[in-house]
Write a new protein. Structure first.
Ligand SMILES: NC(=O)c1ccc[n+]([C@@H]2O[C@H](COP(=O)([O-])OP(=O)(O)OC[C@H]3O[C@@H](n4cnc5c(N)ncnc54)[C@H](O)[C@@H]3O)[C@@H](O)[C@H]2O)c1
Length: 422
């Protein structure tokens, strides 16, 4: 029997200008008495996390700030956050203030302060033990300051596992935050480079979940086999389409004029919508390819990110092979790829090969917002293709969501054609 069921999950959501001013009240409603605010040094420097912590006291919630999150976290940086939280606890709630790096680190802290075992026990197999938490976690309130990952809605926590030189994660429904507080006013201080990379993450969430293998393909699952990412479905489609339309209107403007509040609000809404979509449908080839691009970086230092360490930020890594990935997936669902392109670039009519329309729209946008010109521009060459392909193939959970079977040769073609895009 083929599958006839899809699932949908989401956190409680509070959205809008000033929403973060009500956090003390919200935490008190959740029964919190002693909360840990988790953030990274860049976000801490804006003063937002301390302001949020101070405001909690008015509602009788004692709060402390941990500002040691690593941007693009590793298992070691998450462990350091867990150790700090253990040493300064007990806590009965966590508040993540920041981008995906802070929210994911807070998910790991919450997991390990409420459940037994080590971080790697819970990381997806085969990288980790694939263990499932058995006890409920403490309430986690996620307050995104980037317009990007959607981590405030998802059941996932992503990290670099240093010993294995691979990005992986923990995926379990208990990791979904209790409450997402999305306050567009917190996103205005994002620098242009962060707005561009994080925004490409939003765009790819919407595009990948919209073009994901439909939930109704494949054999019927048993209840215990159901996973949060169930393939494209009518509910995630609606969120993805709305996210694409918002991005069409505001993405370039938010990068170029970060003080444009309308553009920031629309980007925050787009990130929220795309998070609610992909958090249930799933993502596929561009995200699978992003893991080795980020994990195997040698010497790339993006503008507007912490200096010192080489990195390809997540959203940038996702974007670099997206045009060619969507050229590859086009035959599986031509009408969806064309509809997505027309939502992103409304007046444009497909010219020439229809499979090239969405890639062309993406490349135009990426050039306009300063995303590097392909995988070659972040330091890789043709000699790296085999290692990049091997890294993508480790992300079978994501590749299984692609609308077409994708093998090593397909991935090698996508990476090779993505060396230069413009
Ligand atoms: N859990 C999920 O579902 C999920 C989904 C996608 C990505 N991720 C992960 O999220 C991480 C990326 O997160 P991100 O793109 O949101 O960025 P981020 O958290 O890595 O932050 C990027 C940079 O922007 C700065 N910054 C953030 N907000 C700011 C603000 N308002 N003002 C000034 N500076 C600000 C930070 O200090 C940092 O230097 C990656 O580790 C990625 O793997 C997780």
């Amino acid at each position: 029997m083929t599958e006839s069921i899809f699932t949908y999950g989401a956190p409680a959501l509070k959205f809008g200008d000033g929403a973060s001013d009500e956090l003390g009240f919200d935490l008190a409603q959740l029964g919190a008495r002693r909360a840990l605010v988790i953030t990274d040094p860049g976000v801490a420097a804006t003063g937002l996390p301390q302001r949020i912590a101070d405001q909690m006291a008015r509602y009788g919630v004692e709060a402390a700030v941990f500002d040691g999150v690593r941007v693009e976290p590793t298992d070691a940086s998450m462990q350091a956050a867990v150790d700090w939280a253990r040493a300064h606890g007990p806590w009965d709630a966590f508040v993540a203030v920041g981008g995906g790096s802070s929210i994911d680190t807070a998910k790991a802290v919450d997991l390990l302060l409420t459940n037994p075992g080590e971080l790697l026990d819970y990381v997806n197999a085969p990288v980790g033990g694939g263990r499932a938490p058995t006890s409920p976690l403490h309430p986690l309130v996620a307050v995104p300051t980037t317009t990007g990952t959607g981590s405030e809605s998802t059941t996932v926590c992503v990290m670099d596992v240093l010993a294995q030189r691979v990005k992986s994660g923990i995926s379990h429904v208990r990791l979904r935050p209790t409450l997402a507080v999305v306050d567009p006013l917190l996103t205005i201080s994002q620098p242009p480079g962060v707005t561009a990379a994080a925004g490409m993450d939003v765009l790819c969430h919407a595009l990948e979940s919209y073009t994901a293998r439909p939930y109704s393909t494949g054999p019927r699952k048993q209840p215990e086999q159901r996973v949060p990412y169930c393939g494209s479905n009518p509910i995630s489609d609606a969120w993805s389409e709305r996210a694409l339309a918002l991005l069409a209107g505001s993405f370039r403007q938010a990068v170029r004029h970060g003080d444009d509040l309308t553009a920031r609000r629309e980007m925050a809404l787009a990130a929220t919508f795309a998070g609610l979509g992909f958090g249930n449908a799933g993502v596929h080839v561009p995200h699978a390819n992003a893991y080795p691009i980020a994990g195997q970086v040698r010497d790339f230092h993006p503008a507007d990110y912490p200096a010192g360490e080489a990195m390809v930020p997540h959203g940038m890594a996702v974007a670099l092979t997206a045009p060619e990935a969507f050229r590859f997936t086009f035959p599986a669902a031509p009408e969806r790829h064309l509809r997505a392109a027309s939502l992103l670039a409304p007046p444009a009519e497909p010219a020439g090969d229809p499979a090239g329309h969405l890639p062309a729209v993406l490349v135009d946008l990426m050039r306009d917002i300063g995303i590097p010109d392909g995988v070659g521009a972040v330091g890789f060459g043709s000699a790296d293709v085999d290692d990049l392909v091997a890294g993508s193939l480790k992300q079978q959970r994501l590749l299984a969501t692609a609308p077409r079977e994708v093998g090593a040769d397909d991935l090698a073609g996508i990476f090779t054609r993505s060396m230069s895009l413009y």
